[in-house]
Design a protein around this ligand. Sequence first.
Ligand code: NDP
Length: 602
Amino acid sequence: MSDTIDREALRARYRAERDKRLRPEGNDQYLQPTGRFAHLLDDPYTERTEREPVHEELDVAVIGAGFGGLATGARLTAAGVTDVRLIDGGGDVGGAWYWNRYPGAMCDTAAMIYLPLLEETGHRPSKKYVEAPEIFAHAQRIARTFGLYDRALLSTLVTELRWDEATSRWIVRTDRGDELRARFVAMGTGPLHRPKLPGIEGIESFGGHAFHTSRWDYGYTGGDATGVPMDRLGDKRVGIVGTGATAVQCIPHLARAAGELHVFQRTPSSIDVRNNHEIEADWFAELEPGWQQRWLLNFATLQTGGFADEDLVKDGWTDIAQRIRDRVVAEVTAGSELSPELISKAFEDSDDEKMTEIRARVDAIVGDAATAEALKPWYRQLCKRPCFHDEYLDAYNRPNVHLHDTDGRGVTRIDETGAWVGDEHVELDCLVFASGFEVGTEQARRSGFETIGRDGLTLTDAWAEGMRSLHGVHVHGFPNLLLIGFSQAANLVSNVTHNLVDAGTTIAAVIAHALEVGAVEVEATAEAEQAWIDLLGSGGQPQFLADCTPGYYNNEGQPDDRRGGMFSGYPGGPVAFFSFIDAWRRSGAFEGLDLRREPAAV
Ligand code: NDP
């Protein structure tokens, strides 16, 4: 198919679509939920009950009880470190899966690899891709299995994290008046945690009902998170702003429930097939011990262009990578020399082919030609979070569903009774913001608290010119603080939990070792951190991100601004990183870390 694609015309179209979306204010265009929307940060699911403040010393405080915090807690427990407390603002564990209960919420990374610690917890996913309630229940299962509920401080927001040099302890303060003095702090506050609102003029003036997808208001819509239909929207005009991965999942449900549904689109998502199916108990029972690690590495290998005998996951994520790989193999077999240019051409050809198929799929499903045209994505597939859905496009065939394509400009204005797109006014009773989460803003703004390290240095100041770390885990100037994430480490965005579990393994190994040898302080040396930053920089910024339509993957069209550059990873790729860090852990040398038996301040 790629032979019939006019490459020049396609590139020109991609550039034009990107250029009309570039905004000088980049990330600053978004609004924090304040004023009329301040309640959007509240917990609608769990009533806050009063409790006595906790004042104590402990080995490890884990901030965040999502999959990152849970996996770290599990790995610590397995390593024999049990004096651990999880702290989370939500009323239960689960993180993103505690908060996101919108209709249709599910994960389109395969459950066999997305759900952490399946072998350790003995859980069989019900389907290839599972719904949010099953994912939330799995988070609870991990907490139960590893005894992490016992001392968890839930519905508790950390307000400050301060290093006390005299005692080599982190002082963790919370909105409950707690004061924990922790030897170590593991921070798993998540990459997509704090809801943001679209920067639309007049947003505060909307007089109807409004909420963000991460705080779905079933009290207003009827129905519930388990899939009971929303029965209170039949006479309502509902608007939804955004057409990212979240909106793609909830729009089919809103389309069925709402009297009229108005979708306000700035950039269409790419919607590939999903093909969900059940996971058979007999087949699952036959899997050999150690299967999950094999599946994880198989997926990571194939998804990032490597070779494996078999594709265990077989989905849209591995599909494009294998097309690229097969093209390279065909060219080399035909006598071409393996070169960066050859790989780059194979990448472009495969992507053009894939995106042409995705646009053809829109035509095949959506009846109205103008609507179909507006739903076609004009950018490379990995510029934005690829979506996989079998009902989304069909929702636009319903007579009550209206697509308002803003041609990349976004909603013009909101007033008391509805939204404006150009000079068209759309009357609305309810407005749903599927506008995503803060990504490129400072750490303190995203986590909701400041981290104050050695000599009063804040993490915000330490990272004023961009994140700095050793292995994405340790930060010079912040002893005994360990980050649970993917940035500056494997950076495997197609399966975030793989990164988180691996970080948890590293953190547990470091803490267990420090406790064993009596080290009171563990800190990345300045030299090791700098060497790591230099190594990350040597990989260069892929040009394709700069050419991409704006989104959080490329810091809203400003990929060179390192302050927003959370998507940097090991130059050798995720699989090479996992192998490197495994060897680093196993060596027992903990190279790059300064382990001190006396506080540095003494
Ligand atoms: P996103 O940030 O991906 O999407 C936000 C949407 O709001 C975009 O469509 C954006 O348009 C639109 N928008 C922003 N401002 C305006 C405006 N002024 N006018 C009109 N539209 C506007 O957030 P999501 O919550 O959809 O997804 C966040 C992430 O969560 C995903 O990328 C994914 O990583 C994860 N997720 C994963 C799922 C899974 O299955 N695994 C499911 C759901 C979410 P534009 O594109 O032009 O910026």
